[in-house]
Design a protein around this ligand. Structure first.
Ligand code: ADP
Ligand code: ZN
Ligand code: ZN
Length: 751
């Protein structure tokens, strides 16, 4: 009688164990104590690890070696400890994770491990059961009258947020809204608010708010969409909700959540990493009046475990979260929403390289519930499935509120001088908007001052010493920085090659654009929004609040500024350089750039005033701009899909990338050459398999490690599964001290 356990090790199988010694003595062969999904402590390679029971059963091992087996007798070890808790993973979760482990070709133990809240991953002490009831802090408003102080906006906002909830507000919800513990403690000291330790399970259950929820009347298009989503007889139904920016997709989601609630079901809302704004939470909270749990990377381990527990017990009715929230357990799930489904942040790029969007579809199938994939610019994979009739396709083509889609124009910069990235017509237009009291977004998806530092005399360019990459010049303080490995160095005084002192920055990042605009508009507020300037979620929230006050200002930013935000005073979006991303070598370049450009354009024209978008380009006559200028994403998608069919690229084939990392290039190459040879031998007859490479990565060396790729494009599912089944063995064979192989199924990057 054995128990098969998935342990967090880089191996593709489960390991058999015997029941724990004391238990087996007492209970004999009582396998019912060992339920699939339960946590156990097992000895593994000299260590003690937390594993998950995959299944149990009777296995016969040969007692004496016969002629076919080696002399080694199999000696199973005993489980050390079984945690006295209900199964951590339900049967449905086990099914999802087991499927994912095969689909993504990733060791099963590590898949389970990734899906567990960190508190449950570690062994501390059998007595210290992490699965105990947890208390959490709630903050309540006291009777003490509060007179708002001048300039204490944040304090007032905090008092208001807490006053809105009669039953008080969870500390983690306040934190995710950008408030800090220090701010809470200050207000507590002054007697305005008080803390209460609550058993979160019990309290949330009782928390049926007495306040009537706010309702927003859906417009006819929204109402029709919500009705169609729910019309299908079978619960498992994938709907693509393609609605232009500002068309009110969120209200449609809320309506569907409301319907799920009516039939006693829970909902899971996935949002991209960068979109997790207090606005999202507030919108759902004020309209639904139901316990909502949050899952995101900024939460403490305790808060995560608590939310996991609340969802699993069916107490949290709605879970809003980023990528990893896909692993939240539910008691009875009725709806999954993946907002901005095309967003790259749904794909995990290290370790267990899953796509939360794709797992969401699988999860909906297993849970037999509805799923909405929402976006203004759906991924080609999703559109392809809609075209095949696998997904229901619903469109929202008008903005919901007062706003209109912006007008878009090109500025041809081929023969124009640029002043720190900006052309004269662009600067003139910016000036006009500021004079009229408006706000302007200047978009450049590249941080730093300049991407290149070059010697005027000999053309030498500053490179990273660890990577095959240029160093980015940053101005405050002046230094060079590698954006790939984080290496930093002081500004060189002269050229390393010819010692001549004249070095020039080429090209502009956000810092340089900010600098140029400061020179030109010294009396205007300029805010730079990129990862160097905005480090915390709370900084971003503060900034958005300030922007929404409506004072004229210039917002210079990267994609941090582009996604999701609902700005009402922005009348102009300026795109500094459309060419860099559109014309890269990645086959997804056009799809991704069009999505980004339409996203950032969607930030204007959301209020009463109409919006304009100006795009600087050196390729103004490129045919791509015809559909782009009329926000016609469908035409772009259609022509891209046609190109992809011709070349049998995704979504017309499945892509698998095997990456080899090594300190010496030839080691990495030879590991992939071997694999390539083996695949060629086995699949040479198969027309559905294209093998490309091995090739060196675009950036051959990163952080001192050489990297190369083997890309496989396979159009037949059966063959694909066969290839996938071969890969684990090959990887195990080649993973040694010299090379490390990694498999990425459905990768998002090609180069
Ligand atoms: P999307 O998610 O599609 O970009 P949102 O749901 O954020 O759009 O809606 C855009 C704006 O329109 C928001 O300010 C929202 O409050 C408003 N809005 C949405 N639906 C309606 C409606 N039915 N009536 C009035 N305003 C609406
Ligand atoms: Zn030089
Ligand atoms: Zn580097």
């Amino acid at each position: 009688m054995v128990i098969s356990v998935a342990v967090p090790a880089p191996l593709f199988k489960c390991f058999d164990y015997l029941p724990a010694k004391d238990l087996s003595a007492k209970d004999g062969n009582d396998l019912s104590l060992y339920r699939p999904g339960q946590r156990v402590l097992v000895p593994f390679a000299g260590r003690k690890l937390i594993g998950i029971i995959k299944n149990t059963g009777i296995t016969t091992y040969p007692e004496t070696p016969n002629s076919n087996t080696t002399k080694k007798t199999i000696k199973l070890k005993h489980i050390l400890y079984i945690f006295n808790e209900n199964a951590i993973f339900s049967a449905k979760q086990l099914e999802l994770l087991t499927w994912a482990s095969i689909y993504y070709c990733h060791p099963i133990g590590d898949c389970f491990h990734t899906a567990l809240p960190t508190r449950l991953r570690k062994y501390i002490n059998p007595q210290d059961n992490a699965w105990q009831k947890l208390t959490s802090t709630k903050w309540l408003r006291t009777q003490h009258p509060y007179i708002p102080k001048k300039n204490a906006h944040k304090q007032l906002a905090l008092i208001e947020a807490i006053s809105h909830q009669q039953e008080g507000m969870w500390q983690d919800a306040l934190k995710s809204m950008g408030f800090t513990l220090t701010q809470l403690k200050t207000l507590e000291k002054a007697g305005y608010i008080a803390a209460k330790e609550c058993d979160s399970l019990a309290t949330t259950a009782n928390e049926n708010n007495k306040k009537p929820p706010i309702t927003i009347e859906l417009n006819p298009a929204q109402r029709k969409a919500a009705a169609e989503i729910q019309a299908s007889a079978k619960p498992f139904n994938v709907t693509v909700l393609q609605g232009i920016t500002g068309s009110g997709k969120t209200e449609v989601y809320i309506e569907c959540v409301r319907n799920a609630l009516k039939s006693g079901k829970q909902s899971l809302i996935l949002i991209p990493e960068i979109n997790l704004s207090p606005q999202t939470l507030t919108r759902f909270q004020s309209q639904l009046n139901t316990p909502i749990g949050l899952v995101h990377s900024g939460m403490s381990a305790k808060e995560r475990l608590s939310t996991w527990q609340l969802a699993r017990e069916g107490i949290a009715k709605v879970i809003i979260g980023t990528r990893s929230a896909i692993f939240t357990p539910f008691k009875t799930l009725g709806l999954i929403v993946v907002d901005e489904e095309h967003d790259a942040s749904y794909k995990q790029i290290d370790g267990f390289k899953y796509s939360a969007r794709d797992l969401a579809v699988k999860k909906a199938q297993i849970e037999n519930c509805r799923i909405i994939l929402g976006s203004a610019t759906p991924s080609l994979e999703t559109l392809h499935n809609a075209n095949l009739g696998k997904y229901q396709h619903i469109k929202l083509t008008q903005r919901a509120g007062k706003g209109k889609l912006p007008e878009m124009h090109l500025i041809d910069i081929r023969s124009r001088a640029l002043e720190n990235g900006c052309s004269r017509p662009l600067l003139d237009r910016i000036e006009k908007e500021i004079t009229n009291g408006n706000q302007v977004i200047i978009f450049q998806n590249r941080r730093g001052f300049s991407p290149t530092l070059m010697c005027n005399a000999c053309g030498w360019i500053a490179h990273c010493i660890h990577c095959d990459a240029k160093l980015t010049l940053h101005s405050r303080p002046p230094h060079l920085h590698c954006h790939h490995c984080n290496y930093k160095q002081a500004m060189p005084h002269s050229c390393e090659s010819c010692q001549q002192p004249q070095l020039s920055p080429l090209g502009s990042g956000t810092e340089r654009i900010e600098f140029g605009l400061q020179q030109r508009f010294p009396n205007t507020t300029i805010r730079r929004i990129d990862r160097d300037n905005i480090r915390k979620q709370s900084d971003m929230i503060k900034l958005i609040e300030e922007i929404n006050l409506g004072e004229p200002c210039l917002l210079v930013g990267t994609q941090m500024l582009a996604k999701g935000h609902d700005f009402h005073h922005v009348t102009l979006v300026a795109i500094i350089d459309a060419d860099a991303s559109f014309f890269s070598a990645d086959f997804r370049a056009i799809e991704r750039s069009a999505q980004q450009l339409l996203q950032v354009s969607g930030r204007t024209g959301r209020g009463e005033k109409p919006g304009t978008v100006l795009i600087q380009t050196r390729k103004a006559d490129h045919p791509l701009f015809v559909p782009l200028l009329s926000s016609d994403y469908d035409s772009i998608a259609k022509s891209e899909l046609e190109d992809r069919t011709l070349c049998e690229l995704p979504p017309y084939s499945k892509m698998i990338t095997i990456r080899a990392d090594a300190k010496v290039m030839s080691d990495a190459m030879s590991a992939l050459q071997l694999l390539s040879k083996q695949l060629h031998q086995q699949f040479s007859e198969q027309l559905s398999v294209q093998i490309s490479g091995p090739i060196e990565a675009n950036m051959t060396r990163k952080a001192g490690i050489y990297r190369c790729f083997l890309h496989l494009f396979i159009s037949e599912t059966k063959i694909r599964n066969k290839v996938l089944s071969l890969l684990p063995e090959h990887c195990i064979k080649n993973n040694n001290h010299k090379t490390k192989l990694q498999i990425d199924v459905d990768p998002l990057d090609y180069i």
